[in-house]
Design a protein around this ligand. Sequence first.
Ligand SMILES: [Zn+2]
Length: 347
Amino acid sequence: MRAFYDVDQAAHDPQQYMRVGRLVSPKDVPERTAALLDALRRLSIDIEAPSGVDGSARVAVHTEGYLRFLASAWEQWTRLPDHGLEVWPNTFPYWSGRPEHRARPDCPANHIVAQAGWYLGDLSVPIGPHTWASVEASCNTAVAAADAVRHNATAAYALCRPPGHHARADRGSGFCYLNNTAVVAERLRIECERVAILDVDAHHGDGTQQIFYARPDVLTVSIHADPTRYYPFFTGYAAETGVGSGEGANLNLPLAHGSGGPVMDAAAEVACERIAGFDPQALVVALGFDAHARDPIGVLTLEASDFGHIGTRARSLRLPTVIVQEGGYAIDAIGDCLVAFLEGFGH
Ligand SMILES: [Zn+2]
C-alpha cells in the first residue's frame, strides 16, 4: 500500500462553523491529520509527499469560475472594509439542489460577498488565509495516489484533508472544497473505460453523485445515514438512480439512524455486488469514519473493527484501488478506524 500526504494540508484551520443556529467549534481540525498519520506509522506504511502534480486534474472536474473563486477569495475578502475572520457567506442564490444540473453558470456578480454565497453552499466551509493552499495540497495528494495506481500500484491511500465528497463541480459545502474522490475517478478514466466509486462516509456523497449523475462510465455508490433527518438532507435517496445515459449508474443505500456494523456490512455486500456487475477496471473508496459511534456529528454506531469488514469487502472486488480519506471527526477513534480498514483490506 502506498500512502500520500502533503504537510500543507494541516494549515487550513477553520474558525467558524454554524450548527443548529449556533456558532460551534469547527470539526475538520488539523489534529485529524496527526491521528491518521499516526495510524499509517503504526502499520509501518511509508508516507510519501505528492510531487510534480499540476492543477490540470481538478480542471477536469470543477468549473473555471469556481476554481478562480477558491484561489482568489481570501485576497478579495481582505480588501473589504471591516471584513470578518474568514470568507463566510451571508446571502445565497435560489437553487433547487437537484443533481440533474451538473453546474450553474459562473456567478453573475463580481462582489466577493455575492461570490461567497454563489460558490459556498453552507456555513461549514469558511475560507481563511491558508485554506486554498491546504485544499490544493489535499487534491494533489489524491492525484498522486491516483497516479501511483495508474502506474501499476495495486492500491494507494490518499490522506486528504480537507475532505471532498460534498463539493460539487461549482460549489463547496460540508467541509469540502475540491472533490478529491471525483478528481481521482476522472484521473483513472484516462486508462480505464469504467470506474466505480464506493462512498462509505456517514454522509451522502452528494457532490460526487452530482458530478457523475449523467455519466454511464462512472458508477457512484454511496452508503450513508438516512438523509431525511441528516446532512446533506436534499439528496441521498434510493430513488436517485442517475439521469440520461447515466441512468442506472448511481446507487444510494441509506441506513436507519442507529445502525451499526452488521447493517453497514450488509449494505457493503449489496454495494460490492453492484460494483462487480458494473465490471469496472478500477475502484475509488471514499473512506469516511463519521459512521463511528463516537463521532461528534454522527448518527450511526460502528466500532473501529467494523471498518475492517468494509476493507475486506472492498478488497474482495480485486480491483486497482485508490482510497481517498473523507470525513471522520472523533479524533481519538479515527486512527483505529484507519488501521482496521487497511488491515481488513490487506495492506
Ligand atoms: Zn461525513
